[in-house]
Write a protein of this length. Structure first.
Length: 255
């Protein structure tokens, strides 16, 4: 399905997400402010922000999950980082929804027919590669088997409980060695930060599910990754600073 669903087709608990754009009320999430509109020559890419959970009810269901991947540790760039399924647009793609679903199928074996796209958010500019990355939010109405399709690209496919990500004990701000800051999560033995962390934090702030968390808890990114066994995933100049795109990395290194 490459068109958006709306109205009753969107679970009530996801309607704020479907109707809005990522928010940053605490001013700790510069990722969601990097809109690509001012970069008309940016290359196009899309990621799939996929959420599952029981359809009924107005509040976040207890079984809600988000689909993430961990890039292969053998990759030359951005190895071991946590990402959304996604990548660069192909000429035959009919817009960002088609790109996101195609990439998710190629990377995780996801059945595109099991996804109802509910929102296409403004593109985020990823410097200095000049990529315009469009987050596509989907409701996974019929969750099925997902797996690592190509171990040369990803070493793990993760279905992470949303409640775990919302737990204030798992949320903090990281300070990059270059001096900038951004929201992060510690879940299932990994650290989610950068582009992925920013989009998730923006979604949670918009959703109405968010639990107050300590935005003054600022941690050194390098030390935090090292403690999680992810030291080699830290992006250092001249590489990119956003950890959420895979396929396009083969074309010149975008995150």
């Amino acid at each position: 399905m490459s068109s958006l669903v709306s109205g009753a087709a969107v679970p009530e608990w996801l309607r704020r997400v479907a109707a809005g754009v990522p928010a940053d009320p605490d001013r700790v999430n510069p990722i969601v402010a990097r809109y690509a509109a001012a970069e008309p020559n940016a290359r196009k890419a899309a990621v799939l922000v996929l959420i599952s959970g029981a359809r009924d009810g107005s509040g976040l269901p207890g079984d809600a999950e988000v689909l993430l991947t961990q890039r292969a540790s053998t990759l030359r760039q951005h190895r071991g980082q946590i990402a959304f399924p996604g990548g660069g647009a192909d000429p035959e793609d009919d817009g960002p929804v088609a790109t996101a679903l195609r990439e998710a199928e190629e990377e995780t074996g996801l059945d595109p027919a099991s996804v109802a796209p509910i929102a296409v958010w403004p593109g985020i500019f990823v410097p200095p590669s000049r990529f315009d990355v469009t987050p596509v939010v989907g409701y996974w109405h019929t969750p099925g088997d997902v797996r690592v399709v190509d171990p040369n690209e990803a070493e793990r496919v993760m279905r992470v409980p949303v409640a775990t990500m919302l737990d204030p004990a798992n949320r903090f701000v990281v300070r990059h060695p270059l001096g900038y800051y951004g929201p992060a999560f510690s879940v299932d033995g990994v650290v989610v930060w950068g582009f992925t962390g920013g989009i998730l934090a923006g979604l949670f702030a918009l959703s109405g599910w968010e639990v107050p968390w300590d935005t003054t808890d600022v941690r050194d990114l390098e030390a935090t990754l090292a403690a999680a066994g992810m030291a080699e995933s830290l992006v250092k100049p001249p590489e990119m600073d956003s950890p959420s795109l895979r396929g396009v990395a083969r074309e010149g290194g975008i995150r």
